[in-house]
Design a protein around this ligand. Structure first.
Ligand code: HEM
Length: 141
């Protein structure tokens, strides 16, 4: 199971690389005015989302579920940190889904949010990351 945990963490790191960088691309894309840059951002966003972020999220989820069903649910089901972690992970998937919604709007040139919105939006995964890591590693309650 330690191998599973190791690759769970590798996948989580790859997932977060995308969760941090995609909204950053949205900031630049919002400010872009020339067609060449706009087309380049569309391509970068699509490759990041479908080539890295989503596969990494699926691997992180699959390996997390393997550990959950193998031992973690039985061992920790009465502990609050596990429920908190799983709740925060559901929020993270909501964030991932909303990134996809924004990506589709950009692809169709229908974005309505400002670059300030995406700057603030970009902070959310950091907060979730800190909370999930503390819950999973410190297991404080
Ligand atoms: C996608 C859904 C996820 C599921 C189902 C899941 C499930 C699990 C399970 C069952 C374990 C083993 C728990 C233990 O032995 O202590 C684990 C370990 C861990 N997970 Fe996840 N996880 C998910 C996502 C994440 C995310 C998004 C992060 C980071 C932001 C994360 C960070 C960790 C860490 C750091 C450990 C190692 C804890 C330790 O051994 O001290 N997981 N995960």
């Amino acid at each position: 199971m330690l191998w599973i945990k190791a690759f769970h963490l590798v996948a989580v790191i790859a997932w977060f690389a995308g969760l941090f960088y995609l909204p950053r691309l949205f900031v630049y894309h919002t400010n872009a005015t020339d067609q060449i840059s706009i087309d380049r951002f569309k391509l970068m966003e699509r490759r990041l989302f479908f080539g890295i972020m989503t596969p990494a999220a699926i691997v992180a989820l699959a390996l997390g579920l393997v550990m959950l069903f193998d031992y973690a649910w039985m061992a920790y089901k009465s502990m609050g940190w596990l429920h908190l972690k799983l709740t925060l992970v559901i929020l993270l998937f909501g964030y991932h889904y909303y990134c996809w919604v924004c990506l589709k709007r950009f692809r169709e040139d229908r974005n309505t949010h400002s670059s300030k919105f995406y700057r603030l939006f970009n902070e959310l995964p950091t907060l979730l990351l800190v909370a999930i890591i503390i819950a999973a590693v410190v297991k404080p309650f």
